[in-house]
Design a protein around this ligand. Sequence first.
Ligand SMILES: [Zn+2]
Length: 313
Amino acid sequence: MLARYSVIELLRQAIKEEVPVVIVEGKNDVRIYEQLAEHVKKEVCVQPIGLVKWSAQSNCAEIIRLFKQERFQLAIKKNDNAKWIMGVIDGDAYQYKPPKFQIHGIVGLFKLSLYSFESYFVSSDNLKDLISRITNINKKQITNISVNYFLDKFQTIKNRLIKASVESLRIFWNDSYNPKYTYGKSWDAIYKNDNGYIDNLLSSEEVEINKFIQDNSIDGERDYKKIINGKWLINSFYKCVLDILTILDKDCQKISVDRCMYCMSKKIELDKCQWKPRAKYSNYEQLRPFLDLCLDNPEFDEIKNVINVLGNP
Ligand SMILES: [Zn+2]
């Protein structure tokens, strides 16, 4: 498809060609959703919202705006038309926002249950896959002992990310409130917490933050992927993993992780430790090609399942 079509024209074309259309936010999503469709052997046409006619911006709000149009809603509600087009939007912590921010009754929208697509890449399975791709450790060698070692080290950062997220959400409940941190700010400062900067910043709001957590029954372990900004989460998590890996050869001898054969042997050769990354990686962006290979993991089933039923009789 070369020309720019409106959502209504895309719907007509999908019906005519019997190829469902999936509308996503940006260029990175196109690649990912095309791969997810391949995984379930479904032919779909993935379109970024920025290339749809009358779109002004490339974001979720724009997908919602175009799907909400009365003419489009009338067309999609007719017959079985809803199975031919789907707009994917981020979760954006909607569970923790007031009712006026909830999206109801717009046919054709699929909202991710986690904060955003990035959130799905943070899991034990993906962690194992990633480590086996960038080090000499085999996936089978990585047991829960090692996985928990990484998750434990991430715990403090995760708790800080949750608090910063709760602080960000408070403005949705009170638009005259001036939050100490917002979702638009960087993950970097939260991760580094230089001289306790973020902890100090949030400590003055501790009572209110804890009240919000309690009032919304937020369980850090269960809900962190829903509430933490997906970009903050993926960047922090994999930064933490890389920071650990660069010094892991020392811990490998101390049995905090599944010890590699070199460190287990009596003849210790530090530079041969299998946990050592095969190249120098310093951030998540460099890991993206490896993470793209993780789409087999069960985390992505939720998305694959909705793609899989598109266009079905
Ligand atoms: Zn080792």
